[in-house]
Design a protein around this ligand. Structure first.
Ligand SMILES: [Zn+2]
Length: 113
């Protein structure tokens, strides 16, 4: 007489609702989360012997400093860029992220329509 987990719990139907296609939980058009930025940095470092390099020009980048008035950031400051732009539906996920230096990131945003 074992009738455990019949109709009462159907995990498959519940899971499909919770995961795919939920507009509320999408990161489309969003910025990266702090955790997402760490993943982007880590993936970049894995490719570059443990250091972060710009994906565009290959220069070694340095972590961003706290912004101070009168001090302009270095051109090789590490920035994270959306491979597919947010405006084109790119997601704020590590999969859509890359490390750029400040100079390349500024150049890219100038070219963007
Ligand atoms: Zn660069």
């Amino acid at each position: 007489m074992t009738q455990l987990g019949s109709a009462a719990s159907d995990p498959s139907s519940f899971a499909s609702k919770a995961t795919k296609g939920g507009a509320g939980d999408s990161r489309t058009g969003k910025a990266f989360t702090p955790a997402g930025k760490k993943k982007i940095d880590a993936a970049n470092a894995t490719k570059n012997d443990g250091i972060n390099k710009c994906e565009n020009c290959g220069i070694e980048v340095v972590p961003g400093q706290k912004s101070q008035s009168g001090v302009s950031p270095p051109t090789n400051q590490r920035e994270r860029d959306h491979v597919i732009p947010k405006s084109k539906g790119g997601e704020g996920t590590p999969e859509n992220g890359q490390v750029l230096c400040r100079e390349c990131n500024l150049e890219k945003s100038n070219k963007a329509p």
